[in-house]
Structure formats: C-alpha cells, structure tokens
Design a protein around this ligand. Structure first.
Ligand code: AN0
Ligand code: CP
Length: 320
C-alpha cells in the first residue's frame, strides 16, 4: 500500500478486520518487520490520539519514529507556488517535503481543512503534494477531507460490539461552538457504505455531506426518527460542507442544542452503543450521562486506533 486515504486503499474489509483482530490478539507479532525503518509523523494541527496511537503502532512493528509539529520549531511554510516569499514564511513546502522524505521510509501527515477555499480543501492540495514529492508511502492522519485511521478503528469497534449480523448505524450531527472539518463524517460515511451495516445519516438542513463520501446513504432529517431502533449512534459535529449551501462552506450554520445526544435520544434506540472519535465537548455533543454510560464506546474506540494504525503501517512496510 503506497497511499492510505480511502476505504478502497485497504482492500477487502473482511481481510483487513481479520488482520486487525490478529494484531489485537498479539500486537507484537510483526515486531521485526519494521527493523531499521523510520516512520515520520508530520502534524500541522493538534492531536492526542493520532499522535500517541500511531507512535505506538510504529513501535509495535519495531520501527523508529520521528514526530514533527510543523508549527512548533520548524520554519514557517509557504504552501502556494508562485508566491514572492517576502513575508513571514521562511521555507516552501516544495523543498520541505522532499527533505522530510530523505529521513524516513513512511510518512503520516495531519493537515486539516483550512476553510479558505472549498476546492483547495476537497482537492487535497497539501496531502497530494506529500504523495507527489516525498517519494515515500503516505498515510492520512486527518487531511482536509478524510480521517481513515479513525474510520478503520470505528469499523473494528463496531465489529467487536455488534449484537446482530447487520447492525443499524446512525451518524448524527451534533452542535459545537466552533467550525469543525468534515473529515471524520466523510470517512465514516465512506467506510460504513463499504461495510455490511444499515447506515443512516441525520443532520439539520444545510449540513449535507459531499456525495463523493456519503454516496446514496439514507439521510433522515428527523433526528429522533433516525435514532429509532439504532444499534450504534456515532455523534460528530461538522461545519457546513458547502454542498447545498456553497456560500456557507466551513461555517457554523446551526447551534441547535436539541441535537445534543442525551438519554431521551438514546431511549428510542435499540439500547445503542454511543460512539465519538474524541476529543468531545461534553453537554454540547453528548451529555455526561450518555458518555459515562456502560454503552459508551469512546475509550475502546480510541484504543482501536493503535490497531488500525498497526495494520496500515504493516501493509506499507510490506510494500516497501
Ligand atoms: C477535529 C475534527 O473535528 O476534525 C479532530 C477530530 C479527530 N476536532 C477538533 O478540532 C476539535
Ligand atoms: N480522534 C482523533 O483523531 O483524535 P486526535 O485529534 O486527538 O488525534
């Protein structure tokens, strides 16, 4: 595997899940695979889980790890070609990327949507430059539009906890004070569409996800109706994707607190498990009661980030 961006990159999902459980049973099974190989993790944005779980995954495989927080200690980077660099940016991404590639075998990059221009975000301008100029396999650690390591961990979690062969999985928008990217819901929709689940998306009008990711998944605008009989509730805020309201791309267009997932919402489900990728704002996205209930999977979900990252790095090492 040279790029890990979309669900298709991991190939057959049942094989990927089989490999995930094999690694979960013995996470050091491939501890010699990465000997003398270096994994470089580049962060343009903050992270707790991705930073820690991906380092742990690399260590499980015997790799060396280098982590760079671009905004702390590196030169300020220009990303646009053709700019006269007489401002505060000392280095261009077009030199920085191949330089980074010199010191490692595999690169992971986190670079969120900037919300300046929808096309730039949805064309993955930054990550595509890493793919083109680093000379290394590149895995996405949340880009402008996708967060595949999260969705793979979510799929592993659903597989572990499901109580029937084809569970009903509901992706629900929930309120948040600041504009957040669409990467998590985009990827979650893409992975759920590929998995054997009954998938429903619910959000207020204007929050329609890009068809490239949501495909022909069922969209139900009545949140309570969507929750009926659900086996898994996956809550997440996202800002306006600009599909039905192009001028509002990246904006907060609703803060409707009636969408906060509380016990009243959970009562109409099939005793559903609650999921969220974290970090989560309590009593905005979900109430204390729901996130603290025994049916809350937020911690097992985070734990599975180590597993999804180990599978992805293993696949990349095998293709070096
Ligand atoms: C990010 C987001 O919503 O995409 C990261 C989630 C994994 N969340 C925040 O910035 C709070
Ligand atoms: N879920 C997730 O990716 O968390 P971080 O932003 O802390 O890495």
């Amino acid at each position: 595997m040279r790029v890990f961006q979309h669900v298709q990159d991991i190939g057959d999902l049942s094989l990927a899940l089989k490999e995930a459980f094999e690694i979960k049973n013995d996470r050091f099974k491939y501890q010699y695979l990465g000997k003398n190989k270096t994994c470089m993790l580049i962060f343009f944005n903050n992270s707790l889980r991705t930073r820690l779980s991906t380092q742990k995954a690399a260590m499980n495989l015997g790799m060396n790890v280098i982590v760079l927080d671009v905004n702390q200690g590196a030169w300020k980077l220009e990303t646009e070609r053709g700019v006269i660099m007489d401002g505060d940016k000392s280095e261009h991404l077009l030199e920085a990327i191949p330089v980074m590639g010199c010191y490692c075998d595999i690169i992971g990059v986190r670079s969120f949507a900037r919300f300046e221009n929808r096309n730039d975000d949805y064309e993955e301008k930054i990550l595509n430059q890493f793919i083109k100029y680093s000379g290394r396999p590149v895995f996405f650690m949340e880009s402008a539009t996708v967060h595949p390591l999260q969705s793979f961990a979510d799929l592993i979690t659903i597989e572990e906890y499901k109580r029937n062969a084809r569970p009903k999985v509901v992706l629900s928008w929930a309120p948040h004070p600041k504009a957040l990217p669409q990467a998590v819901p985009n990827s979650f929709a893409q992975w759920m569409n590929a998995a054997d689940v009954d998938f429903v998306v619910t959000h207020p009008e204007g929050y329609e996800l890009d068809p490239k990711f949501v495909g022909d998944a069922k969209v139900e605008y009545d949140q309570m109706k969507a929750f009926e009989g659900a086996d898994f509730i996956y809550a997440k805020n996202w800002s306006c994707p600009g599909v039905t309201r192009p001028d509002d791309y990246g904006k907060v267009i609703s803060k409707d607190m009636s969408w906060t997932v509380d016990t009243k919402h959970m009562a109409v489900t099939n005793n559903a498990f609650f999921m969220h990728c974290l970090p989560v704002r309590r009593n905005m996205i979900v109430t204390d009661d729901v996130i603290e209930a025994p049916t809350s999977l937020v911690i097992p979900e985070a734990a599975n980030r180590e597993i999804s990252a180990t599978v992805v790095l293993k696949r990349m090492l095998e293709s070096l």
